[in-house]
Write a protein that binds this ligand. Structure first.
Ligand code: ADP
Length: 468
């Protein structure tokens, strides 16, 4: 018979009493905890009911959100009491944010078309009268691209940049209106201040160029507008005489923001397919992906030259021809005058003459009637090295504007018969701005074929230029 051997750890009576006491304490603790939880739940339920009542009251008083009153309070208050003491919270208030005021676009039908001003390759502008006010405006239909996938980025940028601008030398966008069939994107129109002339048409129709005092007025106004754009981080990227409007009070306004965009510092990578060929800066032609305000300053230089002679300054037939015309007029870039230009994508395969003509001498010879300050301004604006071109602000302060003859005041500016009020404006073979995604990228290799055929011609121009 085996007797159960007593363990060394066997409970004795004292152990049993201790064990019973521990159990009792544990149960008491459990009960207390449960009671605390029950009271907390009760208080939470009470608070939730209060909140619901408050929400209903707010909804009733504002009388514009009936939905709220039936909605339970979403948030459960977790600690309505601290250590058993009920805390009085301030009554909950609903935060109200003002909703943006959406204004429906007016209909294009509110405007009575008077006549077409321009129906270009991919643009359409007409003169129209606001039937409500009788004001005459220019209606410009938003340009389409080939993508067919919504409002083209050029249109969005044109609206965005123009809406952000407010300057006497920038055309004012009054509003955007839509056609009957709003599903059609081509039924979006910009309503712009109407101006009687554009400089291109005016120059074509004038028998004599503008006087120096008038050129100064125009150049100063153009540069004021561009300075405002640059200060507001906007590049226009298509400055040319047909995009400069002039009213009968001698005020010039920059128009056509289809190529404009915001830029930053340092400038982001951007497409080189910008600016109409005759006004395109050499860094763009050489394929620079990062460029900035100097591209607009180059165009201003081209416009300055055009105002002086009535003829576009650099009428290249294609990119290579444009580049060679630039080099003929403005000199050949060297590592000294334009450090690092050889690293630009299209410059790597560029072979240039060993003894280049000095920058400025050809320009001076072409404009002998310009004063020293005037020709220096032109030479500076047409500096091959973008870093050497003056900023718009610097141009505004240039000695050229301070010497005689002084700028003609806008009120004294001559008036011209408006073509825009009559028939469509004519265009004589001016190239258009490049179209997004439509113009093939120009690779250095593409130059070689075209240029090989032009080599002899170029030699006749006083230097030999070769792209291999
Ligand atoms: P696109 O982007 O199609 O080239 P633009 O904005 O350059 O369109 O306008 C084309 C032409 O229409 C201009 O050269 C000018 O003759 C005329 N135009 C544009 N805007 C106005 C305006 N606000 N007032 C008068 N004519 C304008």
């Amino acid at each position: 018979m085996s007797t159960k051997q007593k363990s060394r750890w066997a409970d004795d009576e004292e152990d049993a009493v201790l064990e019973a006491q521990r159990k009792k304490e544990k149960e008491e603790k459990k009960r207390a905890k449960a009671e605390k939880q029950r009271r907390a739940d009760e208080a939470a339920a009470l608070r939730a009911a209060e909140l619901q009542g408050e929400a209903a009251a707010v909804a009733d008083s504002s009388n514009n959100n009936t939905e709220l009153s039936s909605r339970p309070a979403k948030r459960r208050r977790i600690s309505p009491e601290i250590e058993g003491v009920k805390v009085e919270l301030p009554p909950a208030k609903l935060l109200r944010f003002p909703s943006p005021e959406w204004k429906k676009c007016r209909s294009v039908e509110d405007y009575e078309k008077l006549n077409d001003i321009e129906e270009g390759a991919y643009g359409w502008v007409s003169r129209a009268k606001d039937s409500r006010t009788g004001n005459v405006v220019a209606l410009k239909r938003l340009k389409m691209d080939n993508a067919n996938d919504g409002i083209p980025v050029t249109g969005l940028r044109e609206i965005q940049t123009l809406m952000d601008c407010e300057h006497p030398n920038i055309v004012a966008l009054q509003e955007v209106v839509v056609g009957e069939d709003t599903s059609k994107i081509e039924n979006i129109f910009l309503v712009l201040d109407f101006l009687e002339h554009d400089l291109k048409t005016l120059l074509e129709d004038m028998s004599e160029p503008f006087l120096t005092s008038e050129i100064k007025t125009l150049l100063h106004q153009l540069t004021s507008g561009v300075s405002y754009l640059h200060q507001n981080w906007i590049l226009h990227r298509d400055l040319k005489t047909s995009n400069l409007l002039l009213n009968n009070r001698g005020v010039l306004k920059i128009a056509d923001f289809g190529m404009a965009r915001y830029f930053g510092d340092p400038p982001p990578k951007m497409t080189q397919l910008v600016v109409t060929l005759w006004y395109r800066a050499p860094e763009l032609l050489l394929g620079a992906e990062r460029y900035g305000t100097p591209v607009d300053m180059w165009s201003i230089g081209c416009i300055f030259g055009e105002l002086l002679t009535k003829e576009p300054l650099l009428q290249g037939k294609n990119e290579v021809d444009e580049l060679s015309k630039i080099f003929e007029l403005c000199g050949i870039p060297t590592e000294e005058t334009w450090p690092g230009f050889k690293r630009l994508p299209n410059a790597r395969s560029l072979r240039l003459p060993q003894n280049p003509v000095s920058q400025g001498s050809v320009l001076r010879a072409k404009f002998p009637f310009l004063t020293k300050a005037g020709s220096q301004l032109l030479i500076d604006l047409l500096a091959l090295n973008p870093g050497k071109r003056p900023s718009a602000q610097e141009v505004l302060e240039h000695a050229f504007f301070r010497e005689e003859p002084r700028m003609k005041s806008a009120e004294m500016f001559p008036t011209f018969p408006s073509k825009a009020g009559q028939e469509k404006r004519r265009r004589r073979g001016t190239p258009n701005a490049p179209m997004r995604g439509n113009v093939p990228e120009i690779k250095a290799t593409d130059f070689s074929g075209i240029f090989a055929g032009r080599e002899d011609e170029e030699k006749g121009g006083g230097f030999s230029l070769k792209l291999i």
